[in-house]
Design a binder for this molecule. Structure first.
Ligand SMILES: [Cu+2]
Length: 156
């Protein structure tokens, strides 16, 4: 898997050699769940030798932007707002993926269409802030490891 390879490389390369010394964002994409709701997924890679935490997300594409996770509650997969920061260990990666943690857009101002670019700001607290452009890709299939991602997205 790409994530594993990247983590292995990151562990071998001294921090000074990296172009980036905070938290890197890769493989980002967003998709529409329905005309007013969408979600974004990506891999967060901590390039530092200290814990970094994703403490907040912001975008002007929607009225509300939240961090969510997916959990089984009474046998049903449900999306729940994350209250605690998402911690990323030194030189580790954390995937925001279907069926797991994700960025949720609620009250989307315009339906998310393929090829649209969504500006997204990720706040990593002491590890800095990253602003990325996330492409909308409604055709992309969930990762095999994403579990019940597709079902979990429905009706939210
Ligand atoms: Cu959600």
């Amino acid at each position: 898997m790409k994530t594993t390879i990247f983590a292995a490389l990151a562990a071998l390369i001294p921090v000074g050699a990296m172009a980036h010394d905070g938290v890197g964002v890769s493989d980002a994409y967003a998709r529409s769940a329905n005309p007013v709701t969408g979600a974004a997924f990506m891999v967060l890679s901590n390039h530092r030798d200290v814990d970094c935490s994703l403490v907040g997300v912001a975008s002007d594409v929607a009225e509300r932007v939240e961090l969510h996770t997916t959990r089984e509650v009474d046998g049903v997969m449900k999306m729940i707002r994350i209250e605690e920061p998402i911690e990323i260990a030194p030189y580790a990666s954390h995937a925001l993926q279907r069926g797991g943690d994700h960025v949720m857009f609620m009250g989307v101002k315009q339906p998310l269409k393929d090829g649209d670019m969504i500006p997204l700001t990720l706040d990593f607290g002491d590890c800095g802030t990253e602003t990325v452009e996330v492409p909308v890709d409604n055709q992309r299939m969930p990762q095999p490891a994403g579990g019940t991602g597709e079902g979990a997205m429905q009706g939210h």
